[in-house]
Unconditional design. Structure first.
Length: 405
C-alpha cells in the first residue's frame, strides 16, 4: 500500500497550531512518508514545539508553493511547461473545469506532479483546500482527501466561498471531514455540508508532557493565581478575564492573573487593565513555547476560559488550552460558548457559567477557592478526564484509522 501523506497548511510551523504537528508525528511514528505543503515556511522561532520539530526533522519535509512573478519570466516558464503533452492535457481539463484560464493552473500542476500519487491529502483549514480540490476534480490526483475544520474557517465558509472552496466542492471531492467538537459538526451540518462525511475528532493532549511532577499535588496558592492562554483577539475574551479579576479584588480576594498570548488587542487590554486599576495584579506574557506554557500552568491555580462570541458571531470551536490546563490539574471555569462545554465536565472538572457573565465567573472562582476539598477533587478529576478521553494517542488513532481506511 502507498503509505504517503501530504499535509497541507498555510504556514509551517505555527505557534498556535500544535495539533498539526501532533497529527504529523503520529503518522511518522506509524511509518508513513510525510510531505508538508505550505505557502510559507517559517523557522523554529515560529513554533511552540521546537524540540519535537527538530527531533522528527519536520522542516526538512516542507515543500513551499510559490509561483514565479512576471519579472522572473512567468510567461516563458509557463510556455516551457505547456510544451509537455502531460501538462497540456491536464491544463486543458483544468481550464474547462474552472471555465477560466490562468497560468496559475500550470504552475500548480507542475508543483503537485511529484506528490500527485500520495495515498492521502490531509488538509488543515478549509481555505487550504483551494489548490487540492480542483486537482481532484480533474483526476490529476486520486488520493483520498481528509479536510479538518478548526473553527473560523467553517464560519467564513457559511456565506461565501473561502478562497474558491465551496460547500458543493467539499461535498463532492472530500472523502472525510474532521472537526474538533459536536458544536462545529452541527454548524457545518446546518450550512449544507454532508453530515455523513463529518467525524468528530477532538484535539488531543500529550498527558505525559502536560503533567505535574509525581510528588506534586495541585494545591491552592496563598495568593490566588489565575491564567488564560490564547491569541489576543476579541473572540478569546481576555477583557472579560480582567473584569473577573476586578470583581474578585473588590470581594477582598488576593489574586493575580497571567495572560499568555499575542495579538491585535494587546494595547487595548493593557489600557483596560490600567483603567480597572489592576496594576501589578495582571501579567501579560507574549507567545510562549509549550514548555514555558506548561511551567506557567504549573504555577497557577485555576484556568479561565474566557472565549465568547465576537462581532461576526464566531465562537470558540473547542479550546485545547482547556485540556492542557486540566491535564496539569487545573479546574477550568469557562463561558457556555461554542464548543467550550465539550472540553470539561461541568461541576466535576470545572464550572460552566453563562456566556459573558463576569459576575457568575467571579462567583464560580470564589465558590471553588472557599472549598479546598472540592478544589482538590476537581483538580484530580480534571487530570483523569483528559487522560481517559483526550489523550493525544486517542486522537492519533482516529486519524490513523482514516488514513488506513
Amino acid at each position: 500500500m502507498n503509505r504517503s501523506i501530504i499535509y497541507k497548511t498555510s504556514s509551517f510551523p505555527s505557534f498556535s497550531e500544535t495539533f498539526v504537528v501532533n497529527s504529523i508525528v503520529a503518522a511518522l511514528d506509524k511509518g508513513y512518508h510525510v510531505t508538508i505543503v505550505t505557502d510559507e515556511k517559517k523557522d523554529l522561532k515560529a513554533s511552540s514545539q521546537p524540540e519535537v520539530i527538530k527531533e522528527y526533522g519536520l522542516l526538512d519535509k516542507v515543500r513551499t508553493y510559490r509561483e514565479p512573478a512576471m519579472k522572473d519570466g512567468r510567461r516563458y516558464k509557463a510556455l516551457s511547461i505547456l510544451l509537455n503533452p502531460f501538462y497540456a492535457f491536464y491544463f486543458l481539463k483544468y481550464c474547462l473545469a474552472e471555465r477560466s484560464y490562468s497560468l496559475s493552473y500550470l504552475f500548480r500542476l507542475k508543483f503537485y506532479k511529484a506528490i500527485r500519487k500520495a495515498h492521502v491529502y490531509h488538509v488543515h483549514f478549509a481555505y487550504n483546500a483551494a489548490d487540492v480540490l480542483p486537482l481532484k476534480r480533474i483526476g490529476f490526483i486520486k488520493a483520498r482527501i481528509i479536510l479538518t475544520f478548526h473553527g473560523f474557517d467553517a464560519h467564513y465558509l457559511i456565506d461565501r466561498p473561502t478562497k474558491g472552496v465551496t460547500i458543493t466542492s467539499i461535498n463532492r471531492y472530500v472523502d472525510n471531514i474532521t472537526v474538533n467538537s459536536t458544536y462545529l459538526k452541527e454548524l457545518l451540518d446546518s450550512k449544507g455540508i454532508d453530515k455523513k462525511l463529518i467525524q468528530v475528532v477532538p484535539i488531543g493532549v500529550d498527558t505525559t508532557y502536560f503533567r505535574r511532577s509525581s510528588n506534586s499535588e495541585s494545591k491552592l496558592s496563598s495568593s490566588l493565581k489565575l491564567i488564560t492562554v490564547g491569541r489576543l483577539i476579541p473572540l478569546k475574551g481576555q477583557h472579560l478575564g480582567l473584569e473577573v479579576v476586578k470583581s474578585l479584588l473588590d470581594r477582598g480576594i488576593d489574586v493575580h492573573y497571567t495572560v499568555i498570548g499575542s495579538g491585535k488587542n494587546i494595547e487595548r487590554l493593557k489600557k483596560s487593565s490600567s483603567d480597572l486599576a489592576l496594576g501589578s495584579r495582571v501579567h501579560f506574557l507574549e507567545d510562549r513555547t509549550q514548555l514555558e506554557i506548561r511551567e506557567q500552568l504549573k504555577q497557577s491555580d485555576i484556568f479561565l476560559m474566557t472565549s465568547v462570541s465576537d462581532k461576526d458571531g464566531r465562537r470558540e470551536a473547542f479550546g485545547v488550552v482547556s485540556l492542557e490546563a486540566q491535564a496539569m490539574g487545573l479546574p477550568v471555569i469557562g463561558f457556555s460558548s461554542g464548543g467550550i462545554p465539550e472540553t470539561l465536565e461541568d461541576g466535576k472538572t470545572g464550572i460552566i457559567v453563562p456566556e459573558g457573565d463576569t459576575n457568575a465567573m467571579a462567583e464560580a472562582v470564589e465558590s471553588l477557592i472557599s472549598n479546598p476539598e472540592r478544589y482538590s477533587e476537581m483538580s484530580k478529576a480534571a487530570r483523569q478526564l483528559v487522560c481517559e478521553k483526550f489523550e493525544s494517542s486517542i486522537t492519533a488513532a482516529s486519524y490513523l484509522k482514516l488514513y488506513e481506511n
